[in-house]
Design a protein around this ligand. Structure first.
Ligand SMILES: N=CN[C@@H](CCC(=O)O)C(=O)O
Ligand SMILES: [Zn+2]
Length: 412
């Protein structure tokens, strides 16, 4: 990567030195900023930054791309810690079904939903899945995403789950985004295991996990713990097996109902527990004492018309909160993290600063990438957004639907 000097930056925001963990409570509202700044990138890393008048520090001007960012902001690229972007087809017919009165849960019960996506995916080749997922990665990159977690979960057979994870492994190599892979074989019970749940769980534990470990196909294990999907007991069993195979949990819990999944995730050392549209006092107590990050997915609430996760209350209780897209064909057909910031402010009442920190540094920690990216920090990877000319940082969530990103700089 060529060395880069960005000069005349209107506002360099998201500066964070000497930080070692996800931000909590009032710290999430702190967004350190330098006006009229410069930032220098050497060998893909943030080498120096400061006020324009301090720019003399740079001594090697050879092989240097100079970017004039007058009127523009430089912020960390978004870290999207929850997505399902390897899928076969969008599901807009279910969208129309919902407009006509069916609920997301009723569509799932009729064999639509996740099972529909699994049927669509079964016949596609690894190459076809790779091509469409690469296009989605380019799309989210254009909206400012620099790192993303991608789940399997639309396979639901040994062959198809491994196929998806092999696609994600190829994406990790081919894309300039930083990618983490999550095994979500426990996304739904396939129709043939409807009466024999234990049989499918045996496939996950005895046939999928050993191959995943042997081929190093995943970083995390996920389970959709929900009524009609996986019970708390099944969650417990699958997480224990995943941990034995070296995978840390990052799980789907409390989307529609509270079944005790948060506590089980924390017990197994989950990096994050995700969704949390439903969240009670027990969950609050558990999460305020845990290192586990609470990841909310406001675009899913927006699209399905379900409650927004009570993140403002979580912040008051000192819980580490991240926000992610949940990009998938069923509940969230968008991976636009600027829109996530808009919903965070408009619907969840976060400040623009809290929203930005939740989608950058805390998103990075929710993928165990907090030491490498997610903030403007000397020595971190230069994963940055240069905005268009905008009046203030609050303009980004305020101008929902607009793309405020002019350029994204990424290094892996
Ligand atoms: N809720 C479970 N999984 C996905 C949606 C899956 C689908 O509808 O295809 C989610 O996180 O929202
Ligand atoms: Zn999800």
């Amino acid at each position: 990567m060529q060395n880069i000097l960005i000069k005349n930056i209107k506002g360099l925001a998201g500066i964070l030195e000497n930080n070692q963990a996800a931000l909590r409570g009032a710290n999430l509202n702190e967004l350190q900023q330098i006006e009229n700044a410069f930032l220098a990138i050497e060998n893909g890393k943030i080498a120096y930054y400061g006020k324009m008048e301090e720019m003399a520090g740079i001594n090697d001007w050879r092989n240097l791309e100079i970017i004039d960012a007058e009127g523009k902001f430089v912020i960390p690229a978004y870290c999207d810690s929850h997505s399902h972007i390897v899928f076969a087809k969008y599901r807009e017919t279910e969208f129309v079904d919902r407009i006509n009165g069916l609920t997301y849960e009723e569509i799932g019960e009729k064999g639509g939903g996740i099972l529909n996506s699994a049927n669509n995916l079964a016949n596609l080749s690894e190459d076809e899945l790779f091509e469409s997922a690469m296009e989605r990665l380019e799309l989210v990159k254009s909206f400012g995403t620099g790192a993303i977690e991608i789940k399997s979960g639309y396979g639901l057979t040994v062959t198809s789950e491994l196929k998806i994870l092999r696609v994600i492994k190829r994406l990790k190599e081919a894309s300039d985004l930083t990618i983490k892979a999550t095994f979500l074989g426990a996304h739904a019970f396939p129709a043939e295991f409807k009466e024999n749940n234990a049989g499918y769980i045996r496939q996950i534990i005895d046939e999928m996990l050993p191959v995943i470990e042997a081929e190093n196909l995943a970083d995390y294990i996920d389970v959709f713990c929900e009524r009609n999907y996986f019970s708390p007991e099944q969650l417990d069993e699958i997480l224990a097996a995943g941990v034995k195979h070296g995978l840390k949990p990052k799980i789907h819990v409390n989307q529609f109902s509270i079944l005790g999944g948060v506590e089980i995730g924390v017990k197994h050392g989950a990096v994050s527990v995700d969704h949390l549209e439903e969240f009670d006092e027990n969950d609050t107590v558990t999460m305020s004492k845990a290192n586990t990050i609470a990841t909310a997915l406001p675009s899913c609430s927006f699209f399905l018309g379900i409650p927004y996760s009570p993140v403002k209350k979580m912040l008051k209780n000192n819980i580490a909160v991240a926000l992610a897209s949940d990009y998938n064909p069923g509940s969230t057909p968008s991976g636009n993290m600027q829109f996530v910031n808009s919903l965070a402010c408009i619907q969840m009442k976060l400040t623009p600063e809290e929203a930005l920190n939740s989608t950058t540094i805390n998103g990075a920690y929710a993928m165990e990438l907090g030491d490498e990216m997610g903030s403007i920090t000397i020595g971190k990877k230069a994963n940055l957004i240069i905005t268009k000319k905008i009046s203030s940082l609050a303009y980004i969530p305020y101008s929902f639907g607009e793309n405020c990103v002019e350029r994204i700089i990424l290094s892996k």
